[in-house]
Design a protein. Structure first.
Length: 206
């Protein structure tokens, strides 16, 4: 059975990044029998702050030191969130661009789950290496003014897809597919572009 984790990074019910990702998911459900879907709506989740105790617990793991009792308790809570992410075979992300990057709620989630010994390791001689194996990610992007063909930085700079790809690659996820509906506001035929993005998403799943 294939397990898919659907990460919704937009707080808007009418989000077009979510609509494009939904089109992919609908086509995938029609094709893959027994697909297990775990929906992670980040704005509805009780994500913990990565505070001093959690940061020190992470440092203890990296340096091989023993965690304090409070650090261990908080770290166990972090690892429970990490394990939910690791359990998926496929990741589907709906991600609008915010100020050239990703919404802060998604950045918080990534900071929570990107942990040593779970998503990454570090070799002093060769650098970071990913620990996730045989995973796939599909990323649905939207942005208001930025588009791949628009002059940058006049219409924005893409720290959005570049950041997500870099993070996923560092975690070991190299099979990454992107679906772009960009720009959403400045395209003179935005509704047609929106329809094309959903059609592309469905075709990719099929």
């Amino acid at each position: 059975m294939t397990k898919l984790l659907y990460v919704k990074a937009s707080p808007r019910p009418e989000s077009r990044s979510v609509a494009v990702a939904d089109a992919y998911l609908a086509a995938l459900k029609a094709r893959v029998s027994g697909l297990s879907i775990d929906v992670l709506a980040l704005w509805d989740e009780d994500l913990p702050d990565f505070d001093g105790d959690r940061a020190n617990a992470k440092l203890a793991v990296i340096t091989g030191q023993e965690q304090s009792a409070i650090q261990k308790t908080k770290w166990d809570g972090i690892i429970a969130i990490v394990e939910r992410f690791k359990a998926a075979d496929v990741y589907l992300f709906a991600v609008p661009m915010w100020n050239g990057g990703v919404p802060y709620r998604l950045k918080q989630y990534i900071d929570i789950i990107h942990q040593p010994g779970h998503l990454w390791g570090l070799d002093p001689a060769t650098g970071y290496f990913g620990l996730l194996k045989n995973k796939k990610a599909v990323l649905a992007y939207t942005s208001g003014a930025f588009g791949p063909d628009a002059p940058s930085p006049a219409f924005g700079t893409d720290h959005h897809s570049t950041y997500l790809r870099s993070w996923l690659n560092e975690a070991g996820v190299t099979d990454v597919t992107e679906i772009r509906y960009q720009p959403t506001l400045l395209d003179p035929d935005s509704e047609a572009a929106f329809a094309r993005a959903k059609t592309q998403a469905a075709a990719l799943a099929a």
